[in-house]
Design a protein around this ligand. Structure first.
Ligand SMILES: NC(=O)NC(NC(N)=O)C(=O)[O-]
Ligand SMILES: [Zn+2]
Ligand SMILES: [Zn+2]
Length: 505
């Protein structure tokens, strides 16, 4: 007997130890009441305007265990036995949460620019339920498995919404198939590269042959390559511009340094490799996505041509290109500096037209903030200031406010901000209010106006660099649900960061 008891001991010790570890791990996991401002497992959200893929209905959405388990029209619902709690939002719009496929959260390494906690809280306040973090502006850039591990560690229990990650395609890894495969195996949702200097030392630019290599690897994983499409071309009279100190404060000077022909040149070059993505092509299964299109003229024509030829190509633009025009940007107001630049008002109208006609597939924020000092707000030098717009939490009211003139619908908003981005990022359970999907939902009042000032109770890391400060917008976010957790409600966030890092499999 004794012999048996002592013989079991070596087996029992690890068992008890692992039980203990399991307990510790789970007891540090936040409880539902910390994750959600409405801590119920099973409940209904009702409203007169619920945006589903089949149209906008009056009715209710049933949520259980973080998923949508039924969507019913008003008449059917009233007749049903309603189990669980009900939140009635009346006339407010209930829409799929926004998915922002292009945000720079700069964590780890430059968290003072933004960071996972502040960036995801701002996103939640703006109705964004998932964002995909760009591989640059954090340090190190996400260009290796080691760097990707640091990213995931930095996100652990610090994200308030779900976050996926793009990896970087750079000259160093482009011809190294096993390096690219290992970062894809580790779970990045796709890759991103630049065709011009990115402004970040450890993220150098790629050329068409790097991109061709990247696409052939991505084909196996059926994941996309996102490209910043601008190629530097010779500029006429550039040297004189650079020397004139006054000129550097004028927006038109900056605009001349990045003409539309740079976008056009990049896209023309890209299309020589996107042919590979056609059915039967060398990189069939891969997909090329052009980020932040600003030029609505020749560049857009080239993209249309590629699409009609069967290339697997999509394109996004950003709210700042749809809201602002070069003519309106004041001298020295470097909040509006971004690349490619915001162009003339006629170009803006053409971007809207292309979006309405479906030639531009989706929208993203390209939220790329920095510390106010690097925006050189006092100096106002457009040529030296950091390029990047800070706007994450306002993309929904901005798209709505500026789009009303063009007659945009709630259905289009959901397509540009949720459905198409989910497809790009391969998020099967997100992007629509549909049975079986994650309960990722934004509730908002399109008619309610808000003045954007630095006192707004929505989280802003550096209000002074926000591009929308001082403007009046229409559309107020009331509530944001991520996998059933009410993470944001009228100026308040749930106490714990219960977002999940999304890894591709
Ligand atoms: N390093 C950056 O964040 N660059 C970004 N800057 C912009 N858009 O001005 C971008 O996406 O190209
Ligand atoms: Zn870019
Ligand atoms: Zn960007």
């Amino acid at each position: 007997m004794d012999y048996l008891r002592w013989g079991l001991l070596p087996l029992l010790v690890p068992l008890i130890a692992s039980f203990f570890l399991f307990y510790i791990k789970n007891s540090t996991k936040p409880s539902q009441s910390e994750c959600s401002l409405f801590p119920h497992d099973h409940y209904w959200i009702s409203s007169k305007r619920i945006v589903t893929s089949d149209g906008t209905i009056s009715g209710a959405v049933e949520i259980q265990g973080g998923n949508i388990i039924s969507v019913v029209e008003e008449g059917d619902w009233q007749g049903n036995i309603r189990r669980g709690q009900v939140i009635d939002y009346g006339e407010a719009v209930v829409m799929p949460g926004l998915i922002d496929v292009h945000a720079h959260l700069d964590d780890p390494g430059r968290a003072e620019w933004e960071g996972f906690p502040s960036g995801t809280r701002a996103a939640a306040a703006g109705g964004i339920t998932t964002l995909i973090d760009m591989p640059l502006n954090s340090f190190p850039s996400t260009v290796s498995v080691e760097a990707f591990k640091l990213k995931i560690e930095a996100a652990e229990q610090r994200i308030y919404i779900d976050v996926g990650f793009w990896g970087g395609l750079v000259p160093e890894n482009a011809f190294n198939a096993s390096a690219l495969e290992s970062i894809l195996e580790a779970g990045v949702l796709g890759l991103k590269s630049f065709m011009c200097p990115s402004g970040i030392n450890d993220f150098p630019m790629t050329n068409a042959s790097h991109i061709k290599e990247g696409l052939s690897i991505l084909a196996k994983y059926k994941r996309p390559l996102l490209v910043h499409a601008e190629i530097q071309q010779e500029l006429e009279g550039y040297l004189e511009l650079k020397d004139g100190a006054d000129d550097a404060r004028s927006y038109s000077t900056y605009l001349k340094t990045r003409p539309a022909s740079w976008e056009e040149a990049a896209i023309r070059e890209l299309l020589t490799v996107t042919k590979d993505t056609r059915t039967g092509g060398h990189a069939e299964g891969a997909h090329l996505h052009i980020v932040h299109l600003s030029d609505a003229r020749s560049s857009l024509d080239l993209i249309k041509e590629a699409k009609s030829g069967g290339d697997s190509v999509t394109v996004e633009t950003c709210p700042h290109y749809l809201a602002f025009s070069a003519e309106e940007i004041q001298d020295g107001d470097t909040r509006f500096k971004c690349a490619p630049p915001i162009r003339d008002a006629a170009n803006r109208a053409k971007l809207w037209e292309a979006l309405m006609d479906g030639h531009i597939d989706m929208l993203s924020s390209d939220h790329s903030p920095t510390v106010p000092e690097l925006k050189l707000l006092d100096d106002g030098n457009f040529l030296k200031a950091w390029g990047g717009i800070s706007s994450l939490q306002f993309v929904l009211p901005v798209t709505w406010s500026y789009g009303r003139k063009y007659g945009i619908t709630l259905q289009q908003l959901a397509s540009w901000w949720s459905e198409k981005p989910a497809i790009l990022a391969g998020l099967d359970l997100k992007g629509a209010i549909a049975i079986g999907n994650h309960a990722d939902i934004v509730v908002w009042k399109p008619e309610e106006e808000l003045d954007i000032n630095d006192k707004l109770p929505i989280h802003l890391k550096h209000p002074s660099i926000s591009a929308y400060l001082g403007s009046r917008l229409s559309g107020k976010v009331l509530a944001t649900f991520v996998r059933g957790n009410l993470v944001y409600k009228e100026g308040r966030h749930a106490p714990a960061a219960c977002g999940v890092p999304i890894l591709a499999r």
